[in-house]
Design a protein. Structure first.
Length: 637
């Protein structure tokens, strides 16, 4: 038996603990049998379970042996006495079985899957291997590389990362698993750890979002504010956030903050009562150190939490546990704080969504501002080019209009000439009663009018030629100009103006036709006059009528010419007025658009400034959380 005991002690500490537990159970059973023989009553009967456990004078080993054997009945009927015993400490060799009983992990079906899980590959294996050396580096069971302790710790962490892929592996959980492995074999430790994650809020603490940790920090800070207001004000003044010192308390149940015997006693109570003991012990520690902490700044407080407070408990955990149960803890109020925190986080999530949307809009607005700045640099050149194109388009329009006017005048003159020819033919067909005789003055007058008509015709031809050349030149220049929306707009206006010029073109055609008719009539009149000058000394009635007709037509032609010129001038003025009105309207519209855009950008700039301030504030909070995480890493190392 002694050899076997030594072999178990050297090969596997957990096996030794298991052996001691079985031995203890057998002793407790023997003692209970002896007691049954002496008293004649059964200690495992219902009457024994209903007896007051706090008044038993047997040895704690015998007492805990009885509790283990009568667990179900004791748990149901004497829960308060059981909690008192747990607070006083579970014997070392009973911890394995009692912890399993406290969390109901003794008969879990997942235990049968453990060996299969070890054969699988986990995506977290590298992270687990990296952190194993940092877990209890001074403990005999874990300090050697590739030792049995490190191997079983890796197995349990790997198996859980495969069971719960959402959580996977998180720093800090290895310390809890390491403590379990110090008390029991790896299969039992795996089952207990799964129960702790599922039923003791640890899974929510170790999720990637760590929402439960934020809730614990909020509840703990509210407790400090209520019960230690002076210390809370000092923390606020020094920007010493709760997460900077208390995160590791909740994530590792004080395993990285206190000596292992002290943390194990607290873990006993945690297995029985849950996270409530963490709140109580944390506040008790702050009460015990309030006077010293108020005198320190942020760095001094960090040093105090890391180096001074752990050594205050070297004498034993009874003092801090006794102080912990003097702390006021209201479960209903904690539920109320949980609802408040959920409401706050919901609003923060909505704000984060809004901030993300605003950041996207901000990025798009910045891109638009950059584009507008680039456009503003090239805007003068573009505007000058647009003005030049508009001026050339207007000149082109005026030239085309003049050309159309000249063409219409030419067509009208041709029509008038044809009409005069018809009139002459009609006159020639009438019977001649006598030879006409004209005076020398009337002949000279007609000659002068004919010369003037020919001069006007020549001027019209020259103007027509110049206009055609100018049109060709403008068309060549227009082909080299780039297309623009303003040109298209001016072309639409040109079409509208051309419709109004139809009357002017028609009048010009009529005038030109009259000029040609007069010219032909004049030629015929000269021919008749030259042949009859000597034969007719007196003017006949027909000649007088012809003279009167010629004078009336000449006056009519002059009046029509003046009327056409007046109408043409009026159309030119109306066209220029419309062009100027359109230009002014476009300029006003562009000015209003630019003014509205400037106001919009100004308001957006103000909104973005407010959002930037809010983002800076949240960034400061995130930096604080990152700092807390780094402190946790420092604690674990």
């Amino acid at each position: 038996m002694l050899c076997t005991f030594c072999d178990m002690l050297t090969v596997e500490p957990t096996a030794y603990l298991h052996y001691r537990l079985l031995e203890t159970d057998s002793k407790s059973l023997r003692s209970m049998n002896g007691s049954r023989r002496n008293s004649g009553s059964s200690l495992v009967s219902s009457s024994s379970a209903s007896s007051n456990l706090s008044h038993l004078e047997e040895d704690s080993w015998i007492l805990w042996g009885r509790i283990v054997n009568e667990w179900e009945e004791v748990r149901k009927k004497k829960e308060k006495q059981l909690k008192d015993l747990v607070r006083k400490g579970i014997p070392h060799h009973f911890r394995a079985i009692v912890w399993q009983l406290l969390c109901n992990a003794q008969n879990m079906s997942i235990k049968d899957q453990y060996s299969e899980l070890l054969k699988m590959t986990s995506p977290c294996e590298k992270l687990i291997r990296r952190d194993i050396a940092r877990t209890y580096p001074e403990h005999e069971f874990f300090k050697e590389k590739d030792s049995l302790g490190q191997e079983v710790l890796f197995n349990v962490m790997k198996a859980y990362s495969l069971v719960d892929r959402e959580v996977g592996y998180c720093q800090g959980s290895a310390f809890i698993v390491g403590l379990l492995l110090m008390q029991m074999p790896e299969e039992e430790a795996f089952c207990v750890f799964v129960k702790l994650m599922q039923d003791y809020r640890l899974r929510e603490l170790f999720k990637p979002s760590m929402a439960e940790l934020g809730l614990c920090m909020y509840q703990f800070e509210c407790m400090i504010q209520e019960q230690l207001p002076e210390l809370h004000m000092h923390f606020q003044a020094q920007s010493f956030h709760t997460s900077m010192y208390a995160s590791s308390w909740f994530l590792t149940i004080f395993l990285t903050s206190f000596p292992l015997p002290i943390a194990t006693r607290i873990f006993d109570i945690f297995m029985c009562e849950g996270l409530e003991i963490v709140f109580r012990v944390g506040l008790a520690i702050l009460q015990m150190n309030q006077a010293e902490l108020i005198q320190l700044d942020m760095e001094g407080m960090l040093q105090h939490f890391q180096k001074v407070i752990p050594h205050q408990l070297d004498s034993g955990p009874d003092k801090v546990i006794q102080a912990a149960y003097q702390v006021k803890y209201n479960a209903k109020k904690m539920k109320k704080l949980e609802k408040e925190y959920t409401t706050i986080k919901t609003k923060e999530m909505e704000e984060q969504v809004e901030i993300k949307r605003l950041r996207t809009e901000n990025r798009l607005l910045k891109q638009r501002i950059d584009t507008l700045e680039k456009v503003s640099v090239t805007a003068p050149c573009m505007r000058s080019g647009q003005v030049t194109r508009a001026q050339e388009a207007e000149e082109n329009y005026l030239v085309k209009r003049e050309l159309a006017t000249v063409k219409q005048q030419s067509e009208e003159a041709s029509a008038q000439l044809e009409q005069a020819k018809k009139t002459i033919r009609q006159l020639q067909q009438q019977p001649q009663k006598g030879a006409p005789r004209y005076s020398e003055e009337s002949v000279l007058q007609l000659e002068r009018e004919l010369v003037q008509a020919r001069l006007k015709e020549a001027e019209s031809q020259c103007a027509l030629k110049e206009m055609q050349d100018k049109v060709l030149d403008m068309e060549k220049r227009n082909t080299s100009l780039p297309d623009d929306t303003n040109v298209a707009r001016l072309q639409e206006e040109l079409i509208g103006v051309k419709l109004r010029e139809a009357e002017a073109l028609t009048g010009l055609k009529e005038l030109r036709q009259q000029v040609r008719n007069l010219e032909e009539h004049w030629q015929c009149h000269l021919a008749r006059t030259s042949s009859r000058w000597k034969d007719s000394p007196k003017k006949s009635t027909l000649s007088e009528l012809q003279d009167e007709l010629m004078s009336v037509r000449l006056r009519e032609a002059e009046a029509q010419a003046e009327l056409r010129e007046t109408r043409q001038r009026m159309l030119e003025l109306e066209t220029q007025n419309q062009i100027h009105s359109n230009q002014l309207r476009r300029a006003e519209q562009e000015s209003r658009c630019l003014h509205d855009h400037v106001q919009t950008l100004t308001m957006q700039n103000k909104d973005l400034h407010v959002q930037l301030q809010e983002i800076k504030r949240r960034q400061a909070e995130i930096e604080c959380k990152v700092h807390c995480t780094s402190l946790l890493l420092i604690c674990t190392t």
